[in-house]
Design a protein around this ligand. Structure first.
Ligand SMILES: [Zn+2]
Length: 325
């Protein structure tokens, strides 16, 4: 196939908006004819100057004066050649379907493995709807490779995506797995190091799209904190997967919207969670985001506050109010 024909095919198959969303770009407002405005991912943008036309699959930035189609966007954002941009996009679109097949496999395995179900129960995640909604799965450590290869993927595809190690073993073996925007997070239930992400890291804030228009947001550091708060009826929760926020996550919290952020990080005995929360709060204030660290009882995180500390929604709400007082 000629380079031109390949480029046409890539543009037909991959919508610019889908690609941008997978890279954690979010529109801040809708303008005429279904077009969207948001912060420009190509330059340090303070006022949304990046226009996306989903119908035409084109973008233009009024700040840095650059525009074009999805291939042009990848060329600019990754500083790569036209040919390399096409390769990246083809890999990205294949990766999307591979990841959803992996997630489905893990979801089925969850209910077949008592150790995984027991682990979720121990962490207080009980509502079947929530498990379904978060698409939580389990990697039993066998059968993944054979299953995916039976679907037509090559071993090389699996290794490139990072779901299988160089030795052909399941990267997430013996982990409870949570799908993220364009990655996976696995929490070890055995003796392995607790946290693992797919190559490419954690991406943006968890569930950001659903909370970004909330006037008040609770930010937690772990997905089990997120899950228990949801179960307790708090729907304005997001998660940074660790206390260190990456550039995408900071960008999201500082997108210019007026909001209050409660930082409910772990209350570690050595004070590291509280320190991280105070530092982040200061940083957010410099971006004119009102931010308040929440003091949890010593040794607790939001998950253990509910699950082992006997806390309830009413008491947690009181902690939020105290943080702001
Ligand atoms: Zn720009």
């Amino acid at each position: 196939m000629s380079a031109h024909a390949t480029a046409q095919l890539v543009k037909q198959q991959i919508s610019l908006l889908d690609y941008l969303l997978s890279q954690a770009w979010r529109p801040t407002r809708r303008i005429a004819r279904g077009r969207l405005m948001g912060l420009c991912p190509l330059h340090d943008d303070r006022n949304p100057s990046f226009l996306v036309d989903p119908g035409k699959s084109l973008f233009y930035c009024y700040g840095c004066d650059r525009g074009g189609d999805v291939i042009r966007f990848v060329e600019l954002s990754h500083s790569v050649s036209f040919g390399e941009a096409i390769r990246l996009l083809r890999r990205w679109s294949g990766m999307g379907s591979l990841l959803s097949d992996v997630i489905q496999f893990y979801q089925v395995q969850l209910h077949r493995h008592l150790e995984a179900v027991a682990y979720l129960a121990e962490r207080g995640v009980q509502q079947p709807e929530l498990v379904e909604q978060m698409r939580i799965g389990y990697a039993p450590g066998r059968c993944l490779r054979a299953w995916l290869m039976s679907l037509g993927y090559s071993l090389c595809d699996l290794q490139q995506a990072g779901v299988v190690t160089r030795e052909g073993l399941d990267t997430f073996a013996h982990r409870v797995v949570f799908p993220l925007d364009s990655s996976l997070y696995g929490r070890s239930i055995g003796s392995a190091p607790p946290h693992r992400f797919l190559r490419g890291g954690k991406g943006g804030l968890y569930g950001w799209e659903k909370v970004r228009s909330c006037r008040q947001i609770i930010l937690v550091e772990g997905l089990f904190d997120w899950a228990t708060l949801r179960q307790a009826g708090f729907h304005n929760v997001t998660c940074s997967l660790g206390t260190g926020l990456n550039a995408t996550q900071l960008h999201q919290l500082c997108d210019g919207a007026s909001r209050v952020v409660y930082l409910a990080f772990d209350s570690d005995h050595n004070g590291s969670g509280q320190r991280a929360a105070r530092q982040l709060a200061q940083r957010l204030w410099t971006h004119r985001v009102e931010a308040f660290p929440v003091d949890l009882p010593d040794g607790h995180d939001p998950n253990s506050f509910f699950v082992h500390g006997g806390g309830d929604a009413h008491q947690f709400q009181a902690l939020l109010e105290r943080a702001r007082a």
